[in-house]
Design a binder for this molecule. Sequence first.
Ligand code: 26Q
Length: 817
Amino acid sequence: MLMKKTTEVDKKKVAEVRERIEKRVRSEFGVTAKSAVLPQIYEAAALCVRDEVMDAFAAERERSQKSGDKCLIYLCAEFLIGRAFSNNLVNLGLYDTYAAALAEMGYDLGEIEEQEADAGLGNGGLGRLAACFLDSLSTLEMPAMGCGIRYEYGFFRQDIKDGCQVESPDAWLEGRDVWSAERADRVFEVKFGGQVEELWSEDGKLKVEQHNTRTVLAEAWDMPIVGYGSKLPATLRLWRARSPQQIDLARFSRGDYENYSEERDFLEAISKVLYPEDSHPRGQQLRLCQFYFLVSATVQSIIDAHKRHYGDLHSLPDKIAIQINDTHPALAIPELIRILIDEEEFTWEEAVDIAQRTFNYTNHTVMPEALEKWDAETMRRFLPRVFRIIETIDARLRDSIWQSHPGDNDLVSRLAIIQGGQVRMANLCVLMSGHVNGVSQLHGQILRTTLFRDFYTAYPERFLGITNGVTQRRWLGVANPGLRQLVDETIGEGFMKDWRKIAELEPYAQDAAFRKKFDAVKAANKKSFAEWMASSRGIEVNPDTIIDAQAKRLHEYKRQLMKAIHILALYDDIVDGRLTDFPPTTFVFAAKAAPGYRRAKDIIRLINAISTLIASDERTRDLIPVVFLPNYDVTAAQHLVAAADISEQISTAGKEASGTGNMKFMLNGAITLGTMDGANVEIAERVGEDNIFIFGATVDELDRINAEGSYNPRAIVDANPRLAHALGHLIDGSLPTSDGSRFEDLYYSLRPDNGWGDQFFVLHDFAAYDERFFDVMKAYQDRDRWLTSAVINTAKAGYFSSDRSIEDYNEHVWHLR
Ligand code: 26Q
């Protein structure tokens, strides 16, 4: 499908679209377009877009289903999709047509899209990656389905009150979700608890039955994911939990509705809310139920479809590849084995073989506290049959290690699935998957040498690194229409569909006229970012300042604290008259903290206190304003990446598996100030050292320091008076807080009076960061040099397209058509 040139909008089509929207307003709401309110106009327009999607793709979807082509199931507990309206219009090539039709009706497309809820069914990187991957799979026309949970409440909304994060529920379904449709023909029973009974039949066969289980219904809601100029949309299937109980009138009239609604509440709670954290123990059992619910429904629907199309399940690995994202859906492995053995009469060996040829596992994090482990007794209680299968896998693994390494108890305990009363989900995944991958080259290497070292020794061919990517459709096409248009005008259209194409921009980095246009686009984006900040958040931003952004989840390893302390040092420099001639810079932070992660919430409180301190001093307020952008979501990210000049990617080396924000900023011409961590390493390789600012200890250096046990954060502070003074603000009462409280915990976490502190080497890397930061400021003031670098960053971003990632997965792992 060829895209229309943006300038030649077809007048006839515009009139037709306008008529259809107006008709839809009348038929849906019984009012004329003239008297309709904005949400009604949005809904009617979105329904018209949906019609175009459904209409265009019905036939091709059926063809693909019948074709016998292998299909990918992307299994993930999170899909952070954001808004779909503009994205679908861009991908259908209808953006300008709808914009013109709405304009004729007296509306701005921008204000219409503000009516759509931002579907935030994910925490951060892992969930957003899943959404980018679906966009790519669809664009590349690979048969694919994403399977997840239709959380009624997505990732919490964040407000800042008195400088602190306050959470409230995200009821994204309160408005109408026009994009998804319930599939009444796809409902499965998921069973929890009860007892397992093993019956031996006369011919010596084992029959396993489960009794006294609690059943919940899994209801499929399908959303088409429209690719760019693609004929075959991917499907996002989200499962919703429903109680199977019909209202029992007799029970109600007996007054026994309390027990009834308790049971019903428990069952329906399963898809109620996305957990915003990974460290909080409360509610863990419900989380286990969520994950099992997701995988049981998904595996049942795969088996059901496969049997309908092919009759025989032996061919499953030839027709289906299942990608497990992090360990959250790991129970899909024993669930498939369970169904094959208990319901389809496969032998253990056959079932295990099919599982190993069907599943692949992507690890997204090496942080020990994020590695999923379940209490074995909890799992036995809620999932007795699945637990027994895991026990058998574990027992066979132990046997085989014992055979190959007699007497090596340490090896057994490192590789075992169940150890010390806990079920180690990562070990289960590595053992049972065909391929195991990290999400950048460095991360892949760390998996081989550290986290899964023993598995790597046993199965070296299983391990690989596949670098993440982001979709250029949303992160350039939707987020930055100005730059997209400039790119199209300069090198011709094509980048939306072909990631290699953007490389043709590189020679234009040397072209002064082009650089000027590139600069003008960035300036316009900063202006619209400031307008959006004012209208959506009530926060003032000066678009004529440098925009320096750190936007990501709040985690100690991401080191927002280092950036905050550095701003305090700049504040001191200015107040003490050491720093003159500084280019006005707005520091934008955007981050949600897990509600139970106290230190992370304290860092948010610190950032807001610094913001107030700087704003209340006329020497600093115009030079280094600090802005905390609340409720960071996909929509906010789209506005921010287009406007940023500097991209802060400053995690402790070895901790950020890949990062994907780094790629979004780079694509939009921001320059990275970062460590040699995750995909930053590969960004540096591609843009070259002149076009990125790298600082800080490397993984090897930190490994050495850790091995020596020689790190002394106190000595670093004591030897650096400027750093000591900046840190002092945390405890000397100079930072304004609503209740007069200070930041002792943060202070002593870095610089303890005795013993071990600063786990993430904030103080260690501070001086290197400071030096590099001033290099960045100097570079920015050399406009030609800066713009040349910015253009090179955009031109080199093609590799970080999720289309390239998907091509890599397909070549090495999935082997789809
Ligand atoms: C842990 C225990 C129990 C239940 C859930 C969890 C849990 C939940 C969410 C653990 C981890 C997450 C999210 C991880 C994540 O988003 N990781 C990020 O993945 C990105 C995509 O690969 C990478 O770019 C980031 O570097 C990585 O941090």
